[in-house]
Ligand binder design. Structure first.
Ligand SMILES: [Zn+2]
Length: 612
């Protein structure tokens, strides 16, 4: 996996200089694979990944550095704000690197002014009448700050002891705690005009007119005022505020297949259960290009279309029926309108929640099933029906959701029919990265992750096929494939298991010289057991270090049609581990262990499934 985007940006240049045909162990002149000369980062330290012939010394700024037996190095150095110079020397060979550290702090104000880009909301915002809307700014300490919206002035008060959260990737180097911010933040909130009660025709509310048949009323841009030492400055906000009409609700239908639902109004927010094409919901808020839907999730407007003259979608549900479709049990939920849903997988349970739905259910047909023991349901709130599928085994093998008209079809996959060895089982292997643009991370010699991922994947493929499994590969050559194209292949093939094979790197703050080992990544609960098992199996059987097991939102762990796991088999940037990664005999032993681990895990499930 490439945690650090800067790798991607640099690779194109360095391939030309080094040539990816260079053999990992061949002696080569003093060489730095990372970072590139002129690199910029906000990190407080950076590692230098490179190599030189094994004999002799490498010095950086006059200081001798530690190297692996093959001559590779990965020392970390603190960075001062601004330019940092690294002079590398091996014998009479010299290299000079300039690395610039820029500030990661929030922008600070200069003089009597707001900090650049600090006024919030930064984007256009729309909310229903009566809802809270909050304004924020960063300004010098001891200032008087307010925001004016229409005729209303909202005082913004200084917030004490503000902290910032580091990015998610900070957990990969155990630096994920909040950090205090130096900048002084001012914040204040107000309720939007109107009480949320029914508005007829064109009615004036607190100086605001919501015209009849209009879905929204524009309140304009907030004006921010800052007073300090008798001097006042005014600045217009960058996001205007609108009030949504509660009677002329906007209703959307999901046009993407599926639509990506999130917990908030940007891709920084977490994913919720995807919404199948055709799902309908009313819009209860908007921020920039993101719509807040009435069941709680957010979706990009571009993944939807507006339905004219629609009322907020609400559905009844009466009967529910299951049917067999090959390796899948399909459960049909006939609805009046395609409503949003949420899925949660538990141990021996699969829970589907239908939003904006009210039950009139008297009869459900569910025969004895290969997977489902019993279906329980209840109306958990006036407009929310929850279906709990109690399963016969703790392991789940995949699920799909789609709308056929207004009938929701939930497909749950049966356990595989495993015969001798791995006959009856299909496994999709996904060698990470590939092609001229996407090398993945690179080792000290410049040797790319994409190459070793393919070599080891082919070795694993051969072993799984010898055991009788049907094996699919997302790529068998050095080609470009987007992560989403790989996930699409998993959805098309619907294998028993999907496994992505990668080698790791770290964010700049990481300790490349002392971080090593196997990492396993999962997302859907059905993949957790496989991720833990393969991680432990490789660590114990091959006596490798453990990097850890991570719940991780990745394109290749998100597919739901099968347990999908992404493995990081070692760190390209760790000098010692790189030698193991590129060793032909070690690669064969790794492939043996991985194929046997997959078989062992499947056999365990099969045995468990047979238990009375
Ligand atoms: Zn990778």
């Amino acid at each position: 996996m490439n945690k650090n985007l800067s790798f991607l940006g640099l690779t194109g240049i360095l391939v030309g200089a080094v040539g990816i045909t260079s053999i990992a162990r061949a002696e080569q002149p003093l060489f730095v694979a990372y970072p590139a000369d002129g690199y910029e980062t906000t990190a407080t330290q950076v590692f230098l990944i490179g190599t030189a012939p094994a004999a002799g010394e490498v010095t950086i700024n006059g200081q001798k550095i530690a190297r692996s037996d093959a001559g590779h190095f990965a020392p970390s150095f603190p960075l001062q704000l601004g330019e940092n110079i690294f002079n590398l020397r091996y014998g009479n060979q010299r290299l000079k690197l300039r690395v610039t550290r820029t500030s990661a702090q929030s922008p600070t104000p200069v003089g009597t002014a707001f900090a650049a880009g600090s006024l919030t909301p930064a984007m256009d915002v729309a909310r229903l009448p009566g809802e809270l809307i909050c304004f924020g700014a960063i300004a010098p300490p001891k200032a008087t700050v307010a925001a004016t919206l229409g005729t209303q002035t909202i005082p913004l008060l200084p917030q004490a002891n503000s902290v910032e959260l580091p990015p998610n990737s900070a957990v990969l180097i155990q630096r994920d705690q909040p950090t205090p911010t130096a900048a002084q933040s001012y914040q204040g909130c107000t309720a939007l005009p109107g009480s949320g009660t029914v508005i007829y025709g064109s009615q004036i509310i607190t100086g605001t007119v919501i015209p009849a048949n209009s879905p929204r009323q524009d309140l304009g841009y907030p004006q921010f005022q800052l007073t300090l030492n008798g001097q006042t400055v005014t600045q217009s906000g960058t996001g205007k505020v609108e009030v949504l009409s509660p009677v002329n609700a906007q209703v959307i239908e999901v046009t993407a297949d599926p639509g990506t639902a999130r917990t908030g109004a940007s891709t920084d927010y977490s994913r919720l259960t995807p919404l199948p094409k055709g799902t309908r919901a009313a819009v209860t808020g908007q921020e920039g290009e993101w719509l807040w839907l009435d069941y709680g999730g957010w979706i990009k407007a571009s993944e939807t279309q507006v339905l004219p003259n629609a009322v907020p979608p609400r559905s009844l549900i009466r009967s529910v029926r299951a049917r067999q479709a090959g390796d899948w049990t399909e459960i049909l939920f006939p609805l009046q309108v395609a409503v949003p849903m949420t899925v949660q997988q538990g141990d021996r349970s699969f829970t589907l929640t239908l939003h904006n739905t009210t039950a009139q259910t008297d009869t459900i047909r569910l025969d004895d099933d290969p997977l489902i023991d019993r279906l329980d349901w209840q109306q958990t709130s006036p407009q929310q029906v929850q279906y709990v599928f109690n399963l016969k085994t703790s392991q789940q093998w995949g699920y799909k959701l789609r709308y056929e008209g207004t009938t929701l079809v939930l497909s749950l996959k049966h356990p595989p029919h495993m015969e001798r060895s791995l006959k009856g089982v299909s496994i999709l292997l996904d060698p990470g990265h590939g092609g001229p643009e996407d090398l993945g991370s690179r080792g000290p010699t410049g040797y790319p992750e994409k190459e070793v991922a393919l070599i080891v994947s082919k070795l694993v493929r051969d072993r799984l096929m010898a055991k009788g499994a049907t094996v699919y590969m997302t790529r068998e050559e050095d080609i470009d494939l987007y992560p989403n194209d790989r996930a699409t292949l998993i959805n098309q093939v619907q294998p028993t298991l999907a496994i992505s094979l990668h080698y790791n790197a770290l964010p700049d703050e990481g300790d490349a010289a002392h971080t090593a080992g196997v990492g396993a990544f999962w997302y859907n609960a059905q993949a957790h057991g496989l991720a833990v098992f393969l991680h432990n199996y490789l660590v114990e059987r091959l006596d490798r270090p453990s990097y850890g097991v991570f719940w991780n939102n990745l394109a290749l762990t998100r597919p739901t049609v099968a347990p999908a796991v992404l493995l990081e088999l070692g760190f390209m940037i760790n000098p010692q581990e790189f030698e193991w990664i590129t060793d032909g005999d070690a690669q064969k032993k790794l492939a043996d262990a991985l194929a046997e681990g997959i078989e062992q895990w499947l056999r365990n499930q099969f045995a468990v499934g047979r238990e009375p």
